[in-house]
Unconditional design. Structure first.
Lengths: 921, 172
């Protein structure tokens, strides 16, 4: 018998599959443990050479055993088999192989390894970009990790805040003691453990004086929070840490819909009890199935009852591996040889032959384990028949979080490792991570080409040597040239071995050779977890207008508008969008229509100094506005460019209503706050955002006035007049403003009463032959009227003069942006001016460039295109260089991306009722 | 009740949308001390300090900003005390009030949240303006067992849904 095995106990009750073959696992098995227990040692193919790979470790540092877990949208590629606990129905697949794991055609790359060393891509795939287009597909198919799922993840992801006095990372002996001590001192404690059970190294090396379960129970009883399957993945400023918690294993169906949780924790003090990662030993064939880290072997034996091999060679430079020898013998397997690189070591267990000054030089393998191990012992070679090699090249403290926190590392010569030093945050590292055991440097034996350092990226000692020969001296350059320390394991097992080789080449010490930086996340984090609950709605909740349900009954076409959803059109009788919008716009032009304008920005400004504040915010005159009157206005940034527009109304002696665009409402709220709090905190006024307090309903068309008069029982105010009123028994503000070009009103009503008001207006409007209209019809109407829209013609680069609004500027100045507007460049020739375009030969492509003839540079662009609503014929709005002086000129609109062109004549942008006579009764 | 640490909460936590109520923004821009004295005389309680609340049978004042209070209830008496030193503006149409009650309300508000909802940090009577899952929300701790959340109307439905889903995570 050879290879990994576990004696059945009857507890093998959990069915799972690997590459379609059914197996059974015990409760608490990781996938790696379960595979080894079932005799499976070959689980993966390597990244570049497609070399057979097995299971090297028992923890998150695993570089080899990457598998794809789950199906459909729950598929999770590149999952470490050592970091997924088997659940009923688990589906796992090997990756990066074809047609099968055992017979992978791409393994032929291994034969070509001498030609595929470090920098192969850089040396081979250069030249014109078109060549890369040919290479790319081939390279991406040949190399890589698992495939990303093509279906959407059906699960939810939670993001939650956490606060504690002490956050302890790691539930090994040091972490447990620290957490318990802090809890007993009355602190709020979080204890975080990435494993499914607490204990850390105690699970491998039990201590009769420490009972993890009892200690956890005590911590919780004192109010502490223990988070298992949770990884402290990021350590940010001010003791802010992000923790990633698996609520279910990868690929499993969560019972409550939530798969993972991202904790945002603010801790008073952080204690890092993160332990050590064992260092591999470089020798030829050290990546084969059957080569494992020594402590991992011990873990599989002691924690899971799995014996990874029956005839074992142990290679070490430290005392810890002697404990593994004892464990192997306890498990009934044979230690063929213990190769100790040192001249002496501790007493070995009975029956174990220890060779000093001994290093592994090579290994050959079979499918699920080794066949033979060759060692250099005292200068001569000796071979051993063995199916497993347990290696220990020393230990590396897990200092990632310490470094992310801004901490320094110091060199421990005895351990040949960096350990945590000073840190600028309230943080300390304890336990083995601060005091790794001694492990002297050992010169590798065996062929460098097959002595792997970074197993995940197929980087060998020879690749490091090659990079050195080619002039890469900095460790940062070495990393980028060889891909050392990249991908999912981020060099957890490779960094120190590589640094030692680099230092050797440079003839310096390891600390002199330098160190790369550890950055978050500590282990891979799924994108869904980062997106959180917003994963399916672009990161934010949809904002519903007050009348959402009422519109829904009309089955409109909805239009996302910022975070809002608004009706775009209300099709009837099978109309498409264009047909519905045209009908609605024609109804407004000929009868009347009503539209929901609730999303407009709305601000009530009150107090004795309200007008002073508004004269600062608005670039038009406001102070002389009579009570009951309003006017169009626009607002400038301090640099003089228009950033929003709207209307301002004097509701009472010292109370105004300012409206602004939907898209600019939040920006306007911030601007008003800035002006009120920063520029003029002395003003006696109040600015309150009432955007959501009021629902807004626009009623427009030649019959709007009579409809409204009948509904309110009062003569509506004249154009740009305001009157309070009552409609459907509800108090309303009636603002006589028009965006459509028709006689029109905005009726603002407290949102909670909006439905009855809308219904009354809709009933009355339909009775007159009118209908609701949506955003698309509104766009047709405003284009024909020549009104600008924020985000279209107001694009952040337009001045009032550019937009033809210069005549409305407050003559006294003093408003925000007045000084910026005096800059010569803002009145220089060649600026883009707001113009209209009339087509001479067909539809005008929206967004198209304005050119004089083919081959010339664009002189402007089309901001919005439409058709005349009643007469037909294509029209558009545009921004054109010196456009105000070019009315009558003929140009071409060209849209190369769509292959569309149109000849146009430049005109005034006001195509409809330029004198404004339709506003008047 | 909430047991320490990882213990499971067995009693239900509920989220209830409350009927629309008169809500006003009260801003005081001048003579704060004099206004405070007039308010105390008229209402029988002092203007609450930042992140605190005060109430009588008719009105509750909640302070979220340096110069602005949220007034919930009958503001007629309050309006008479302001003179030219402040103003009231109706905002109730744009806010939906939720009562989040039960043993898990503090934990629920950590979902998508950014601040400490423990009893020590947010005691009964306290107020807070914060962000929950990207939505600006104001909170008022009504009692040990309940908190009122003032949510912009446009986000009310989706935030209610968010909390409903997150209920299953309490104690997880």
């Amino acid at each position: 018998m050879s290879g990994p095995a576990r004696a059945p106990s009857g507890d093998e009750t959990i069915p799972f599959t690997f590459d379609g073959t059914a197996y059974r696992a015990r409760p608490g098995d990781t996938l790696a443990a379960a595979l080894l227990a079932n005799g499976v040692g070959l689980v993966a193919r390597s990244f570049k050479y497609h070399r057979p790979r097995g299971i090297m470790s028992a923890g998150i540092e695993e570089p080899n055993a990457l598998v794809t877990v789950g199906t459909g949208g729950r598929t999770e590629p590149n999952t470490r088999a050592t970091d997924v606990f088997v659940y009923p129905g688990l589906v796992a697949k090997s990756q990066n192989r074809w047609p099968s794991l055992s017979f992978d055609v791409a393994a032929i790359f291994g034969l070509a390894a001498p030609a595929l060393g470090a920098g192969f891509y850089y040396k081979t795939f250069f030249g014109p970009a078109k060549h890369w287009m040919r290479y790319e597909g081939f390279i991406r198919r040949a190399a890589g990790l698992g495939d990303a799922p093509t279906e959407a993840d059906p699960d939810n992801f939670s993001q939650v805040a956490g606060f504690c006095d002490v956050l302890v990372v790691g539930s090994g002996p040091a972490g447990l003691k620290a957490a318990l001590e802090a809890a007993e001192a009355g602190n709020r404690v979080f204890l975080v453990e990435q494993d499914a059970v607490p204990g850390g190294s105690l699970l491998r090396d039990p201590d009769s004086g420490l009972d993890p379960a009892a200690m956890i129970q005590r911590i919780e009883a004192l109010g502490g929070k223990v988070l298992l399957r949770t990884t402290a993945s990021g350590y940010w400023d001010h003791n802010f840490l992000t923790l990633t918690q698996r609520l279910v294993e990868p690929g499993a169906v969560p019972t409550n819909g939530f798969a993972q949780r991202l904790w945002h924790v603010r801790a008073g003090r952080v204690v890092l009890a993160t332990g050590l990662i064992e260092r591999p030993v470089p020798f030829a064939g050290n990546d084969l199935p059957g080569v494992m880290l020594s402590q991992a072997v011990r873990s599989y034996i002691r924690r899971w009852g799995v014996v990874p091999g029956q005839r074992v060679v142990i290679a070490t430079n430290n005392d810890d591996a002697y404990l593994t020898a004892a464990a192997i013998i306890e498990a009934g397997a044979q230690v063929v040889a213990l190769l100790d690189a040192r001249a002496s070591g501790p007493a070995a267990p009975a029956g174990v032959t220890v060779y000093h000054d001994a290093r592994p030089a090579g290994a050959t393998g079979r499918k699920h384990g080794l066949r033979k191990v060759t060692a250099v012992i005292g200068g001569s070679e000796q071979s051993f028949d063995a199916d497993l090699l347990a290696m220990s090249g020393g230990f590396v403290p897990v200092s990632h979080l310490h470094m992310q926190a801004g901490g320094k590392l110091v060199w421990d010569e005895a351990a040949q490792a960096f350990i945590p030093g000073e840190t600028p945050q309230v943080c300390e590292t304890i336990g083995s991570a601060i005091s790794p055991p001694p492990a002297p440097a050992v010169a590798p034996a065996g062929k460098a080409k097959k002595s792997f350092v970074d197993f995940q990226n197929d980087v060998s000692l020879a690749d490091i040597d090659l990079a050195w020969q080619e002039g890469y001296r900095s460790v940062e350059h070495l990393k980028r040239y060889t891909t050392l320390g990249m991908a999912t394991d981020q060099g957890k097992t490779s960094n120190m071995v590589a640094l030692a080789r680099l230092a050797e080449k440079q003839g310096v010490t390891v600390p002199q050779a330098g160190l790369t930086t550890f950055r978050p996340p500590f282990t891979p984090v799924t994108m869904g977890l980062l997106a959180g609950a917003g994963a399916r709605n672009a990161g934010a909740h949809v904002r519903r207008i007050p009348l959402h349900a009422l519109h829904e009954a009309h089955d409109p076409i909805w239009q996302p508008l910022g975070y809002w959803f608004r009706p775009r059109a209300y099709p009837v009788n099978g109309e498409n969008l264009a047909q519905a919008a045209l009908r609605e716009a024609q109804t407004v032009r000929t009868v009347a229509g009503l539209s929901d304008v609730s999303t407009l920005g709305k601000f009530e400004v009150s107090g004795p100094d309200a007008a002073k504040l508004l004269e600062l915010v608005c670039a038009t005159t406001v102070g002389k506005l009579a009570t009951g009157r309003g006017r169009y206005t626009f607002m400038l940034r301090e640099d003089g460019f228009v950033f929003d527009d709207g209307t301002v109304w004097r509701l009472a002696e010292d109370r105004y209503l300012l409206t602004s665009s939907t898209g600019g409402a939040d920006r306007m709220a911030g601007h008003l706050s800035y002006v009120r709090q920063v520029l003029r905190p002395d003003l006696k006024c109040s600015v309150v955002n009432v955007q959501e307090h009021y629902a807004g309903i626009a009623l427009a068309g030649p019959r709007a006035r009579s409809i409204l008069a009948a509904l309110t029982g009062a003569e509506p105010p004249r154009h740009m007049g305001y009157a309070p009123g009552t409609l459907a028994g509800t108090p309303v503000h009636v603002l006589a403003a028009s965006y459509s070009g028709e006689r029109a009103f905005e009726i603002h009503v407290e949102a909670s009463h909006a439905e009855q008001v809308w219904q009354a207006i809709e009933d009355a409007t339909r009775a007159e032959g009118g209908a609701p209209y949506g955003l698309e019809a509104m766009e047709l109407l405003r284009i024909e009227k020549g009104h600008v829209v924020v985000g279209g013609e107001v694009d952040g680069r337009s001045t009032p003069h550019d937009l033809g609004l210069g005549g409305m500027l407050g003559k006294a100045g003093g408003f925000v942006g007045a000084a910026g507007l005096t800059r010569p460049a803002l009145s220089a020739a060649g600026r883009n001016n707001f113009v209209g375009l009339v087509s001479l030969d067909g539809p005008i492509p929206e967004g198209g460039m304005l050119i004089t003839r083919a081959g010339t540079s664009p002189q402007g662009h089309v901001t919005a295109a439409a058709r005349r609503i009643l007469e037909g014929g294509a029209i558009a709005l545009a921004l054109l260089q010196d456009g105000h002086k070019r009315h009558g000129e003929e140009l071409t609109v060209s849209s190369p991306t769509r292959g569309e062109k149109a000849r146009v004549r430049v005109t005034s942008p006001h195509f409809y009722d330029p004198a404004g006579e339709r506003y008047r009764d | 009740m909430i047991l320490p640490g990882n213990a499971t909460v067995t009693e239900p936590t509920s989220i209830t949308a409350l009927p629309a109520a008169p809500l006003h923004a009260l801003e005081i821009w001048a003579n704060p001390a004099k206004v405070a004295a007039r308010v105390q005389k008229a209402l029988g309680f002092a203007l609450p300090a930042m992140n605190h609340s005060a109430a009588n049978a008719a009105i509750t004042l909640l302070r979220f900003e340096p110069t602005v209070w949220l007034a919930e209830g009958d503001v007629s008496v309050l309006a008479d005390t302001l003179g030219d030193d402040g103003a009231l503006t109706a905002i109730g149409g744009g806010i939906v009030r939720f009562r989040i009650a039960g043993p898990g309300w503090r934990e629920l508000l950590l979902e998508g949240g950014v601040f400490d909802t423990s009893a020590a940090a947010l005691p009964v009577g306290a107020t807070a303006a914060t962000v929950i899952d990207h939505v600006g929300v104001r909170l008022h701790v009504e009692s040990d067992d309940a908190c009122i959340a003032y949510v912009p109307s446009s986000y009310a439905q989706s935030l209610h849904h968010f909390w409903d889903e997150a209920l299953s995570l309490i104690g997880a």
